[in-house]
Ligand binder design. Structure first.
Ligand code: SAM
Length: 238
């Protein structure tokens, strides 16, 4: 009995050390993002807000990457998540979250669930996140991981996000985390007047331009460009 108790204590101490190590690595990543943002940000346009930084400090990226990548979880770079896909670079996640300028009552659509990390970052900030993933194995894994982590305000589904998610539209904001050749018209339709969409647009397997679209109250769309990014392609039948 004594041996068993000792063993349990040892295992729980190891788990705690693990969690504390990841928390320290996450804090260091956020510190690095602050420095990075000072360097690349246009102060008037894309300073990463405290709220977004707080979300980056909270979400456990290491719980959403494959075990083989876990030790790199808090490096500011994309990581492979299997099936030829990636979890995005933390700075790009923060920037895209910042650009859509969400608040507590918002309902947001994400196209490209991948690991579920971007959805979790958004879930800390908004009322509800709907997220669509086209690869079944990733959709299943992300759903399970997000449930295990206790996110009750994220709804995921397997499908082609090009067409959006009509039943839950219109959305206050839309975030597309795969590179499209053009802005999908169904997504523009499903954006609320006054809403924002961020999407990388350009050629497959090249760099793309990060676009921010704002739909005015009159339904006009104003587009701004936010530099070069590199995303995996938006796939599907369209
Ligand atoms: N947001 C993800 C995260 O936080 O891990 C990273 C997304 S990864 C860069 C792009 C994802 O978009 C991939 O998982 C890919 O399978 C998915 N994807 C590509 N085309 C799609 C489509 N038409 N509809 C939904 N998901 C799509």
């Amino acid at each position: 009995m004594k041996v068993l108790t000792g063993l349990l204590l040892f295992v729980s101490m190891l788990a705690f050390a693990d969690d504390a190590d990841y928390a320290a690595a996450r804090a260091a990543m956020v510190e690095e993002l602050w420095l990075y943002a000072q360097f690349v940000d246009d102060p008037d346009e894309t300073r990463i807000s405290d709220a977004v930084m707080a979300s980056m400090s909270t979400v456990k990226r290491h719980e959403l990457v494959p075990p083989s990548e876990r030790r790199y979880s808090y490096e500011n770079r994309p990581l492979p998540i299997g099936y030829g896909q990636t979890i995005s670079q933390p700075y790009i996640v923060a920037l895209m979250t910042e650009l859509i300028d969400v608040d507590g009552g918002d309902v947001v659509l994400e196209v490209g669930t991948g690991s579920g990390y971007q959805a979790a970052i958004l879930a800390e900030l908004v009322d509800h996140v709907y997220s669509i993933e086209i690869i079944a194995a990733l959709a299943i894994r992300a759903k399970q991981d997000l449930e295990r982590l206790g996110y009750t305000n994220i709804t995921t589904k397997l499908g082609d996000g090009y067409y959006g998610w009509k039943e839950h539209a219109p959305f206050d904001a839309i975030i597309v985390t795969a590179a499209a050749s053009h802005v999908p018209p169904p997504l523009i339709e499903q954006l609320k007047p006054g809403g924002r969409m961020v999407i990388p647009v350009g050629e497959r397997f090249m760099t793309q331009t990060l676009l921010l679209l704002e739909k005015t109250e009159k339904g006009e769309v104003i587009t701004r460009q936010y530099g070069a990014v590199r995303f995996v392609p938006l796939t599907g039948e369209h």
